[in-house]
Every structure is written in structure tokens, then in C-alpha cells.
Design a protein around this ligand. Structure first.
Ligand SMILES: Cc1cc2nc3c(=O)[nH]c(=O)nc-3n(C[C@H](O)[C@H](O)[C@H](O)COP(=O)(O)OP(=O)(O)OC[C@H]3O[C@@H](n4cnc5c(N)ncnc54)[C@H](O)[C@@H]3O)c2cc1C
Length: 367
């Protein structure tokens, strides 16, 4: 029986898992390819729901860049604005968040080996006498070394920050669902009154270059106007897996976070669900080491807890992907006329569509 856990990857999922295990006195070692945690974290954005963050049990306050109270959804001609009275989300500095998680994991007793890129052979060898966790991101070597099923759907992204931009509402994000392709979405997220992040995502199957899509997107009138006197800072391309693997545990190997595809297909947000699944993985590893319960229970447990919401995100993603610009405009118009915008302002939840459905039927304090 294995009595040690080895985690490949010190991203958010790997570090949260390391902290959970080490704080329960489990022997845990993390291997990270980069020399510093969060070295490439600025490839991604840091928009995280306030409700979701509460569940992670971290003091993220030093990483907060901005607070968000609203969102506007744009079709080609129509738009729908949501202005919640309560704080909905934060924009976090991803590098600082990584450093906070690293500090917590090490303080709890985890050993984190930075600058160690493991290859397939090394990963397999480590698997001989330990529980191995693949927390190694979108293109997981652990998953390929142990022949896990492929991730079926990826989104290609490109994002950049603009300084000295004209930010219309510094506490509201904008989401854009209309552009030549049906599988496209764009976003703007304010960092302050004058700094703005702009990004795009498109299904990899469209085989288009994310930088050229981004260049087209920033020429659309609304975006062009807001950045006309601004300076573009660094722009970065990346990849988001948006469908969970059909299998995420085998013998003594577990996958968590992007490596498992535990990401919201609507927006590509993966931190909250990845971290919650990492906490579930920790429970299973502890029970396996202490009580001999097979770690295979992880599969059932995370799917029972979070599978429905991830599946609902995928359904919504599929729905808006087939609608096209006109269909999106129609959907926005219908939503406004039924007062769905007002309902979402009061009862919306960025992570858990299942809660919105329940609240729609019961309109009371369902948690
Ligand atoms: C443009 C963009 C915007 C995003 N915006 C948001 C957002 O606003 N909110 C949100 O919640 N999510 C967002 N995401 C998704 C989010 O970034 C990911 O879901 C999250 O980072 C996944 O965390 P992870 O720990 O699973 O993987 P990663 O963060 O990818 O960490 C994996 C780690 O493993 C290491 N590694 C890989 N291979 C090896 C190896 N062989 N040996 C050793 N180490 C290895 C890597 O160096 C890396 O540090 C966005 C993603 C992108 C690309």
C-alpha cells in the first residue's frame, strides 16, 4: 500500500491539494517544472467568484486587483446588463495567488521541488511506490504516461492588458458572443479605471490563429473606442481544456484541475472547480493511506459533487455555440423581456447553474 503522495505540477490545483494533504500529516512531494511558482500564471486571467473563493479556505486578500459587481453580455446588436447589488467576483493577480498557495503548502509541511520538469519515464517510475497526482495542466504528461482518455474539447486563447484605456465601468466585465465563428467568445475585464484586460477564446477545432482572432476582435467598434489612447502591455496565448476526461483515476494515479478537464465550458474558468476537486482528491488520498479505501472512489465523488454543474456549463456552451450572432441577439431579447436579467442579478451564481435552476423554482435561500 502506498503511504506517500507525489503531485506533478504546482499550479492552483496541485498546491491546494499539497496543502490539504500536508496539513493532515500526509507525506507529500510536489514537482514543478518552472523555477518559480506562478511563473507563467499571467497567461490566464483571475476572475473568481466571491462565493467560490470562500470555499477554498485561503487568504487571497493580498492578490485582489479589483472587485466586480456586474456583467454585460453582448450579441451583435443586442446587450443585456446585470448589475448585482452584492459583490459577485474578484479579479486576482494570478502570480500573487500562486505565491500565497505556495506559502500555505510549504507552511503546512509539503516539500515543493521547483525547476523539476518530469518526463514520462520518471513519472512512471515514481508511480511504483506512491500515489501519483497529475496536476500538470491542460496538456498533462501524467495523463498520457498512464493512458488516460483524451480531453475532447480545448479552447485556444489570447489575452493582453491595456494601460491608460477608457474603462466605461471599472466594476463590470463584458462578454461578447458574436463574431464570424459560432465557437468564439471575447471578454474585457477591468483592473482599474484605466487598465483593462481583453481576451478571446475559440474552439481549437476551428483551426484559426488566436492572435489573428484577437487582432480582429480589438478592431470591433466598442473595443477600439476603449483602447484608442492606450498602451498594450504583454499579450499571451494559451489553451483551456473544457471537457472532463471520461476517466480521472486509475489504480494509484489521480488527475485534478486542468489535467482532468474540470473547467467551466462557458467561460473557461477552472480555478474554483479544479481546487474543489483537489480537495476531494485529498479526502480520497487520506482515506486510502489511513483506512485502505481504494482511491477509485475519487471518480464517483467529484462527479457527484461537481459533475452536474460542469455538465450544465457544457450544455450552455453547446447551446450558444450553435446559436450564431442572430440567435444570440434573439436569446438576449427574450431573456430581457422575461426579466431574466433581474432574476440573475438577485439569484445568479457564476459557478453553479444548478443553484440558479433551483432558485428559479423555489426562490428562497437554497445553498
Ligand atoms: C486566457 C485564460 C484565462 C483564464 N481565466 C480564468 C479565470 O478568469 N478564472 C478561472 O477560474 N480560470 C481561468 N482560466 C483557467 C485557469 O487558469 C486554469 O483552469 C487553472 O490555472 C488550472 O490550474 P491547474 O493547477 O490545474 O493547472 P496549471 O495552472 O496549468 O498548473 C500546472 C502546473 O504543472 C506544471 N507542469 C506541467 N507539466 C509538468 C511536468 N511534466 N513536470 C513538472 N511540472 C509540470 C506547470 O509548469 C504548471 O505550473 C483561464 C485560462 C486561460 C488560458
Amino acid at each position: 500500500m502506498q503511504n506517500k503522495a507525489i503531485i506533478v505540477g504546482a499550479g492552483t490545483a496541485g498546491l491546494i491539494l499539497a496543502r490539504e494533504l500536508a496539513s493532515k500529516n500526509i507525506d507529500v512531494e510536489v514537482f514543478e517544472a518552472d523555477k518559480e511558482v506562478g511563473q507563467h500564471a499571467d497567461k490566464a486571467s483571475g476572475i473568481l467568484s466571491a462565493e467560490g473563493l470562500k470555499l477554498l479556505g485561503i487568504d487571497y486578500s493580498d492578490a485582489v486587483i479589483n472587485s466586480l459587481y456586474g456583467a454585460t453580455i453582448y450579441g451583435r446588436k443586442e446587450a443585456m446588463s446585470l448589475n448585482a447589488k452584492k459583490l459577485m467576483a474578484y479579479v486576482l493577480d494570478r502570480k500573487l495567488l500562486a505565491k500565497i498557495l505556495y506559502r500555505d503548502a510549504v507552511a503546512a509541511g509539503a516539500v515543493v521541488r521547483l525547476g523539476h520538469m518530469l518526463d514520462r519515464k520518471e513519472i512512471k517510475e515514481l508511480g511504483a511506490d506512491s500515489i501519483i497526482v497529475g496536476a500538470d495542466g491542460a496538456v498533462s504528461k501524467v495523463a498520457s504516461a498512464f493512458d488516460f482518455p483524451q480531453i475532447e474539447k480545448y479552447i485556444l486563447t489570447y489575452k493582453a492588458e491595456y494601460e491608460n484605456a477608457a474603462v466605461l465601468d471599472p466594476h463590470s466585465v463584458s462578454l461578447f458572443f458574436s463574431s464570424g465563428s459560432r465557437n468564439f467568445f471575447g471578454w474585457t475585464a477591468p483592473y482599474s479605471k484605466s487598465n483593462l484586460e481583453i481576451g478571446i477564446g475559440e474552439w481549437m477545432g476551428e483551426r484559426r490563429n488566436s492572435y489573428s482572432l484577437f487582432s480582429e476582435f480589438v478592431k470591433t467598434p466598442k473595443i477600439k473606442e476603449s483602447i484608442k489612447n492606450s498602451v498594450k502591455l504583454k499579450g499571451l496565448a494559451s489553451l483551456i481544456p473544457i471537457s472532463p476526461r471520461r476517466k480521472t483515476v486509475k489504480k494509484n494515479v489521480i488527475l485534478v484541475g486542468d489535467a482532468a478537464g474540470q473547467v467551466k465550458a462557458t467561460t473557461g474558468g477552472g480555478i474554483i472547480f479544479g481546487a474543489l476537486c483537489a480537495k476531494t482528491a485529498a479526502e480520497c488520498i487520506i482515506n486510502s493511506i489511513r483506512k485502505g479505501i481504494p482511491i477509485s472512489v475519487y471518480e464517483k465523488l467529484w462527479r457527484k459533487r461537481y459533475g452536474t454543474d460542469l455538465a450544465l456549463h457544457m450544455q450552455l456552451h453547446r447551446y450558444y455555440s450553435v446559436l450564431g450572432s442572430r440567435g444570440i441577439d434573439t436569446m438576449i431579447k427574450i431573456s430581457r423581456s422575461f426579466g431574466i436579467d433581474r432574476f440573475l442579478e438577485e439569484y445568479g451564481d457564476m459557478d453553479r447553474p444548478s443553484l440558479i435552476i433551483k432558485r428559479f423554482f423555489y426562490k428562497n435561500n437554497i445553498r
